[in-house]
Design a protein around this ligand. Structure first.
Ligand code: PFF
Length: 454
């Protein structure tokens, strides 16, 4: 065991700080970039309905489970399993989370870097007068370049490292308490603007009116994968944050509130994007390009569009930053507690290793485009293998551990704060983590691996 002094662990200072940090982790590119295009490709309102059901029935219980493990153990994900299940291989679940953290941080920070390029382009008027073909070419030229994507990655990574270096309370909690309200304000302004565009109603109808005939096996599985990614569950981020939460915090309430904020932001992002997409006659199923190609096109046709473009890409960058810090914290907590490094040494080690992985990911269409693993470039490999394999597998093992291999009494004690809170939901929660969640997650996992097809 390491010589780390666990009495000196940092922690969150307030309930609001916990919500800001955890919601900051959940709300990110997943809500504003990924959710709208996945919804656009998978049936609009029908997808939203399935997504809602999954967040309530599986997302929230899995999030509660991670918080329970983290706060019970007061350790990083690897140390947590070592403490709760001594001399058993469960710590490998934590280790898998740390590996996933490295991979997610690499491709996610690369996309976050793109948002900086788009902020820069907005400021210099780079989109002005461009057709959608030209905007698409512009995106390709940027992505295949060998310097700019890497440069923006490095800048975004350093911002992430700077905050994490400040610690849990003075870095993460303090910064997210400022950034999260900012994000809400920008998003609401964007929604108001979008809703006042002519023809906005069609976009809203697409988002909110479920067409039940569009619900297929794929819709359900895409919704489940999106829920995992969006809520930041399945890789120990919330075990790590949970370990910094005070013993008096109501973990179930925290999980519900964080999930509701995450859901609300995804819906708001849809409200900001789809009316604009329809008002300008663009297909809602434009895929990943929706954010980086379609939106700049829309912005420049709007009055005051450049201001909105600037707001939008700042929004994306801020949302991404409150998420990247949570992923880096997983790595730093692991390094400090398991290897007994100082926070400074851990942040430096984490950042340097991320430079190698992340620069490779950000140059996946440029200098590193010849590097293919299983036929995928580095970015796509990291993106697919985390969302489709590591997160579902991690989530599955986390609920199986709590549901089948950890004393129920301890789980109940943790959720009820040793009996101080009523936990009337406990029977339902237990059924979900023992049966419903494992079965449902196993299905996504097998689908992600291509072992079953619907
Ligand atoms: N939840 C983040 C988003 O929706 O953008 C992404 C993410 C953050 C995934 C942290 C996993 C994680 F641990």
């Amino acid at each position: 065991m390491s010589g780390f002094d666990f009495n000196k662990r940092d922690s969150f200072g307030s309930r609001l700080g916990v919500i800001a940090a955890a919601a900051g982790s959940a709300v990110g590119l997943g809500n504003i970039w990924r959710f709208p295009y996945i919804l656009g490709e998978n049936g609009g309102g029908a997808f939203l309905l399935v997504y809602l059901i999954i967040i309530f029935s599986i997302g929230i219980p899995v999030m509660m489970s991670e918080l329970v493990i983290g706060r019970r153990a007061q350790r990083n994900p690897v140390g947590a399993f070592q403490l709760l299940a001594p001399r058993k291989p469960w710590f490998l679940v934590g280790l898998m989370g740390v590996v996933a953290a490295f991979m997610i941080l690499a491709f996610y920070t690369a996309v976050a870097g793109w948002t900086l390029e788009y902020i820069y382009q907005t400021l210099i008027g780079g989109f002005r007068g461009k057709s959608s073909e030209e905007l698409s070419a512009m995106f390709d030229t940027f992505r295949t370049g060998s310097l700019r994507p890497a440069l923006w990655f490095v800048i975004f990574m350093l911002a992430t490292s700077g905050i994490v270096l400040g610690g849990v309370r003075k870095g993460i909690e303090k910064s997210t308490k400022i950034m999260m309200p900012m994000l809400f304000v920008i998003l609401i302004i964007m929604c108001v603007k979008s809703l006042t565009l002519p023809g906005a109603g069609k976009g809203l109808a697409f988002l909110l009116q479920p067409d039940f005939s569009k619900i297929t096996g794929t819709t359900i599985l895409m919704a489940l994968g999106q829920a995992f990614f969006s809520l930041s569950i399945g890789m120990g981020t919330l075990i790590t944050y949970g370990s910094y939460i005070q013993k008096s915090n109501n973990l179930a309430n925290t999980a519900v509130q964080v999930s509701m904020i995450d859901l609300f932001v995804a819906v708001l992002a849809g409200v900001a994007i789809f009316p604009a997409v329809f008002a300008f006659g663009i297909s809602p199923s434009s895929g990943e390009a929706l954010t980086f190609i379609v939106l700049p096109g829309i912005f420049q046709q709007m009055t005051g569009g450049m201001i909105f473009a600037l707001m939008f890409f700042v929004l994306l960058a801020v949302a991404a930053l409150t998420s990247t810090i949570s992923v880096l914290e997983v790595i730093v907590a692991y390094f400090t507690e398991q290897l007994n490094l100082s926070r400074l040494a851990a942040v430096i080690l984490g950042t340097i290793s991320m430079f190698i992985l992340g620069i490779s990911a950000s140059l996946s269409w440029g200098l590193m485009s010849d590097v293919k693993i299983f036929g995928m470039n580095i970015f796509t490999l990291f993106n697919n293998s985390t969302a489709n394999i590591l997160l579902p597998l991690g989530g599955l093992l986390i609920v199986v551990f709590l549901g089948w291999f950890f004393p129920s009494k301890h789980v109940r004690d943790e959720l009820s704060n040793e009996g101080a809170l009523k936990v009337r939901y406990y029977t339902v929660y237990r059924l979900v983590i023992r049966f419903l969640a494992p079965v449902a997650i196993a299905l996504v996992f097998l689908h992600g691996l291509g072992l079953i097809k619907f």
